[in-house]
Design a protein around this ligand. Structure first.
Ligand code: NAD
Length: 531
C-alpha cells in the first residue's frame, strides 16, 4: 500500500476523542496518533503524513485540510452527521468519507421510548416538583401507553426499532414512509398508511426522518390541526423536522398535550419558547449518548477504515454508492472487466474526448450497475488523471466529458455484455466484453468486429484491410524483434473488408517496432495497449 509508515502500517490521525476500544482496533493494523483540539492550520500541517483521519463532530474537516492531506485516502466519522466534513472537497480529491449510522440505532430508539414513557407519566415534571419540596400526586396523573396508537414518521433504522419496542409495550403502530415497502412494514407488524392518516390516528407521534428539504417543517400548523386532541409528540430525529413555533402554538392551544424533544432547530437552544412550557420535556441531544453507542461507533469506524485502506468495499460510504455485499460478489468480475475495458479504450483513441457511453446488455443490465459504470470510468480516466472510485464521475464532469448509460435486454448470444463507446473530436471507438464462467474475462467486440481476446498484459490492436500478406508480415516483424505472440485474434466485417487484429504479446513493443508494423501494406492503424 502506498503512503504507509516505514513499517508498512498505515498512519491514522484521530482528532476527536473516541472510545478506547476503537483505538485498540485501530492500533491492531495502523500507527495511530491522537491530537485533539488542533486549529485548521495545525491540522493542515499535520495531516500530510496520514492515510486516514478519524473525527467525531468536534473537528471541522475543511477543504484546506483535505487539500493538504496528500496521502489522505479516507475520513472516518465516528457517528452519523457529516456536516463538519467538506464532503464535496473530499470527493474532488478522491478521499472516501465513511460514517457509522447503524451503531447509534438502539441507543436512539431506547431514548425515544424513554421519552415516550416520560411523556406519558410526566416523570421529569414530577421529579422536578418533588425535589422542589412539593408532593403533588394529582397534578402528575399520567396515561398508559398500552393500547394507544403510536404514529411513526420515517420507518428506517431507528423508526423500525422504535416500532419493535412500542409493539412490545402493547401499542398499535402505524407509520408513514414512502420509501419503505409494505412487506417490510408487515414484517415489523406495522401498518403503513398515508401521511395524513398517520397524523389522524396517532395518540403519540414520533419522527425518525433525516432533515432534508422535503422533511423540513413537515410537521407544522396544518399537520397539528389534523391530529387528535391531546396528542403527544416526540422528536429525537433532527430539529427542523417539526416546526418549533407551530408546536408552541399547538401546545398553548391545548391541541398537543405534551412534547418530548431531544433535538432543536438551533443547538444549544437559546430563548427557545419550548423550554418555557411545562408540557415540554427536553434532553440535550442525548439520543446517541450511551457508552455502548460510543464504543460501537468507534469500533465500527475502525473496522470500516481498515477495510477502506485495504481497498475493500465499505458499508457506509457517504460519497460512494452503496452496493450490498451479496450484490457486490455477483458483479465483482464485471467490475474488473469494466475497468479493463475502460483502460483499453482509453489507449486506442486519439483526440479530445467528447463523450463516453456505457452499455449494459442482457442479465447484467438487470442488476445494480452503478458501480460497474464507475469502474469503467475509473479505468478509462486513469490514463489521463489521478482517479479512483470516489472521484471518477466528478473528474469526468470536470473534464467536460458527457457520460451516458444504456441498458438493453438483448445481449447478442451472450448472457451479459458490457461496453464502452468513446467519441472524440476525431474518432469513435466501441469495445465490449463479457465474463465467461465465473471469472474468465473477454473482449468480444472491437468497433463492431467480433473478437475473443483476453484483456490483460500487453496487447497490440491493428486495424487493417482483410487480404493475404498482412497477418504474416506483422508476425515476422514482431518475431524479428524478439516479441513473443501469446495469442492472436482477428475479426472482419466481410472478406476483403475492414478488419481488426488483436495480439496478446509477452513483451512491451517499442515505438520503432510499432512504426514498422504500420508500414505493412493494408494496415491503417496500430495501437499498443497495456492493461
Ligand atoms: P434511516 O436513514 O435509517 O431512516 C430514515 C427513514 O426516513 C428512511 O426509511 C427514509 O425512507 C425515511 N424518509 C426519508 N424521507 C422521508 C419523508 N419525506 N417522509 C417519510 N419518511 C421519509 O435513519 P435513522 O438511522 O433511522 O435515523 C433517523 C433520524 O434520527 C435521522 O434524522 C438521524 O439524524 C437521527 N438521529 C438522531 C440521534 C440523536 O442523537 N438524537 C441519533 C441517531 C440518529
Amino acid at each position: 500500500m502506498s503512503g504507509t509508515s516505514e513499517r508498512g502500517k498505515p498512519k491514522i490521525l484521530v482528532t476527536d476523542p473516541i472510545s478506547e476500544e476503537g483505538l485498540k482496533r485501530l492500533r491492531e493494523f495502523a500507527e495511530v496518533d491522537i491530537a485533539l483540539r488542533l486549529g485548521e492550520g495545525e491540522l493542515a500541517e499535520k495531516i500530510r503524513d496520514y492515510d486516514a483521519l478519524i473525527v467525531r463532530s468536534g473537528t471541522q474537516v475543511t477543504r484546506k485540510i483535505i487539500e493538504a492531506g496528500r496521502k489522505l485516502k479516507v475520513i472516518g466519522r465516528a457517528g452519523v452527521g457529516v456536516d463538519n466534513i467538506d464532503v464535496e472537497a473530499a470527493t474532488e480529491y478522491g478521499v472516501l468519507v465513511i460514517n457509522a449510522p447503524e451503531a447509534n440505532t438502539i441507543s436512539a430508539a431506547e431514548h425515544t421510548v424513554a421519552l415516550l414513557l416520560s411523556l406519558a407519566r410526566k416523570i421529569p415534571q414530577a421529579n422536578k416538583s418533588l425535589k422542589a419540596g412539593e408532593w403533588d400526586r394529582r397534578k402528575y396523573m399520567g396515561v398508559e401507553v398500552r393500547g394507544k396508537t403510536l404514529g411513526i414518521i420515517g420507518l428506517g433504522r431507528i423508526g423500525a426499532e422504535v416500532a419493535r419496542m412500542a409493539l412490545g409495550l402493547g401499542m398499535k403502530v402505524v407509520a408513514y414512509d414512502p420509501y419503505v415497502s409494505q412487506e417490510r412494514a408487515k414484517e415489523l407488524g406495522v401498518s403503513l398508511l398515508p401521511f395524513d392518516e398517520v397524523l389522524k390516528a396517532a395518540d403519540f407521534l414520533t419522527v425518525h426522518v433525516p432533515l432534508t428539504d422535503e422533511t423540513y417543517h413537515m410537521i407544522s400548523d396544518r399537520e397539528f390541526e389534523m391530529m387528535k386532541d391531546g396528542v403527544r409528540i416526540i422528536n429525537t430525529a433532527r430539529g427542523g423536522v417539526i416546526d418549533e413555533a407551530a408546536l408552541v402554538r399547538a401546545i398553548k392551544s391545548g391541541k398537543v398535550a405534551g412534547a418530548a424533544i431531544d433535538v432543536f432547530e438551533k443547538e444549544p437552544p437559546r430563548d427557545n419558547e419550548l423550554l418555557k412550557l411545562e408540557e415540554v420535556i427536553v434532553t440535550p441531544h442525548l439520543g446517541a449518548s450511551t457508552e455502548e453507542a460510543q464504543r460501537s461507533v468507534a469500533v465500527v469506524i475502525a473496522e470500516e477504515v481498515q477495510r477502506a485502506l485495504r481497498g475493500e468495499p465499505v458499508k457506509n460510504a457517504v460519497n460512494l454508492v452503496y452496493v450490498p455485499a451479496e450484490i457486490l460478489d455477483a458483479i465483482r468480475p464485471f467490475l474488473t472487466l469494466a475497468e479493463r475495458l475502460g483502460k483499453f479504450t482509453a489507449q486506442i483513441i486519439s483526440g479530445r474526448i467528447e463523450s463516453v457511453d456505457i452499455s449494459y446488455q442482457g442479465e447484467v443490465a438487470t442488476k445494480d450497475t452503478r458501480l460497474i459504470g464507475i469502474a469503467m470510468l475509473k479505468g478509462f480516466l486513469s490514463q489521463f488523471a489521478d482517479v479512483n472510485y470516489v472521484n471518477a464521475q466528478l473528474i469526468a464532469r470536470k473534464m467536460g466529458i458527457r457520460v451516458t448509460e444504456t441498458k438493453t435486454e438483448d445481449a447478442e448470444n451472450f448472457s451479459s455484455l458490457i461496453g464502452i463507446t468513446v467519441k472524440t473530436d476525431n474518432v469513435e471507438r466501441t469495445v465490449a466484453g463479457t465474463v465467461f464462467g465465473k471469472n474468465d474475462l473477454r473482449i468480444v467486440k472491437i468497433d463492431g468486429y467480433r473478437v475473443d481476446a483476453v484483456p490483460s498484459g500487453y496487447m497490440l490492436i491493428c486495424s487493417y484491410i482483410d487480404k493475404p500478406r498482412v497477418i504474416g508480415p506483422v508476425g515476422v516483424i514482431l518475431g524479428d524483434h524478439g516479441i513473443n505472440i501469446a495469442a492472436m485474434q482477428v475479426g472482419r466485417e466481410k472478406i476483403g473488408g475492414r478488419a481488426v487484429m488483436v495480439l496478446n504479446v509477452d513483451n512491451p513493443v517499442s515505438e520503432d517496432v510499432l512504426e514498422k508494423v504500420k508500414t505493412v501494406d493494408g494496415i491503417s492503424d496500430v495501437k499498443l495497449v497495456k492493461l
